[in-house]
Design a protein around this ligand. Structure first.
Ligand code: SF4
Length: 365
């Protein structure tokens, strides 16, 4: 999903962790090949619209993401946490080394922070009758996974996202959205069904290409397109609203009409609730990783990418409109709705271009 925040908004940084909590030692709680996991104690896990600058609440059970998508926008959130952790834990050699020796984009993928107390914190803020609980009963949406994939490999071991879902399952009347690339989400179908019975629930599966080799290059450690398509089918068989976010569409790499048609056809055949798309936007931390990646992997495109993104973070309006027109007509052809899936007055509806209108920062998951 593409989640966009108004330019200048303090996206989660102020509430991901309390500075005093960060002062505590951060024990390594696991290791998996070249990835290290550090346990953290979060003060807050439910970030409100006024803090995030986004039109919804967000929950991120982890900081960092092992899937390592070349275009990932979310790396900057990790840098802030790593810097704070290294500064406030001078005796923590791992933290110092990660900050000093790993490039920020790689640290995001290899040093993952695990919010071990996320469920307890969430249960506390959602206690029945609390202000946050009342706001959420009024129709605000909770989005899980705006700055990390909540079902990345860490989740298999730590089950933080599952524990968060367990809390949400105990609170009827909510509007919940999960963003992921991982079929691991199907592990929790039991919980998703429970939530679905008394709350509004949508899963946004991100899929930008059905070409396995291309996907491996762009999203080196993410699940294969086939695995995501199987997850889509399973979720739909379980009556879970599941849409596909073709985000970001990468100019000259994933935007060939035939490739997009194959993608739309594939997800329509598996019952996708909707399809949405958005062209690549590059803010500074994403640009710092993505443009060198293009130089290395797609050198023939480097000049065009530099021309497009050096002085702006987005493609031209003409490109966006052409993409929208193409996707809308493909969706019509294969009988799947085009647009965001949202909730209005308790009823589910497709809300096209829901976040358009302001100058915005794309947060793509
Ligand atoms: S785009 Fe999403 S899945 Fe990919 S690395 Fe970033 S947070 Fe993870």
């Amino acid at each position: 999903m593409s989640v966009r925040a108004k330019k200048g908004a303090k996206v989660e940084q102020s509430t991901l962790f309390d500075a005093s909590v960060l002062g505590r030692p951060l024990p390594m709680v696991g290791e998996q090949k070249d990835i290290r996991y550090y346990g953290t104690v979060a003060r807050n896990v439910l970030n409100g619209p006024e803090t995030t600058g986004m039109g919804f609440w967000s929950v991120n059970p982890y900081v960092g993401c092992a899937f390592g998508c070349a275009y990932c926008y979310a790396r900057y959130t990790h840098r802030w946490v790593l810097d704070r952790a290294a500064t406030t834990n001078p005796e923590h050699e791992d933290m110092q080394a990660a900050r000093d020796n790993l490039s920020p984009w790689l640290a995001f993928e290899r040093r993952i922070f695990v919010k071990q107390n996320a469920a307890d914190v969430l249960r506390n803020v959602l206690r029945h009758g609390s202000d946050k609980h009342k706001a959420l009963l009024n129709g605000d949406t909770i989005v899980i996974g705006t700055a990390t994939d909540p079902f990345q490999p860490a989740e298999r071991r730590f089950r933080i996202t599952r524990s968060v879902l367990e809390v949400l399952a105990d609170h009827p009347g909510l509007s919940i959205c999960i963003i992921t690339k991982s079929p691991l989400v199907t592990r929790d179908i039991d919980l998703l069904k429970r939530i679905n019975r008394h709350s509004s629930l949508t899963v946004h599966l991100s899929l930008i290409s059905t070409d396995r080799e291309l996907a491996r290059k762009l999203e080196p450690r993410a699940p294969t397109p086939e695995a995501r398509l199987r997850a889509l089918a399973r979720l739909r068989e379980s009556d879970i609203e599941t849409g596909i976010n073709v985000m970001p569409v990468l100019p000259a790499i994933t935007d060939q009409p035939q490739a997009l048609e194959h993608l739309v056809k594939s997800v329509a055949e598996r019952g996708a609730s909707y399809v949405n798309s958005c062209a690549l936007r590059l803010r500074s931390s994403a640009r710092a990783r993505y443009l060198p990646f293009i130089e290395q992997e797609f050198p023939q495109l480097a000049k065009r990418y530099r021309a497009t993104y050096t002085f702006d973070h987005k493609v031209s309006a003409a490109y966006s409109e052409a993409l929208r027109t193409t996707m809308r007509s493909l969706c019509e052809k294969y009988g799947v709705a085009y647009g965001y899936y949202g909730r209005n007055g308790g009823e589910a509806e497709i809300v096209e271009e829901r976040f358009a209108g302001a100058e915005q920062l794309q947060l793509e998951l």
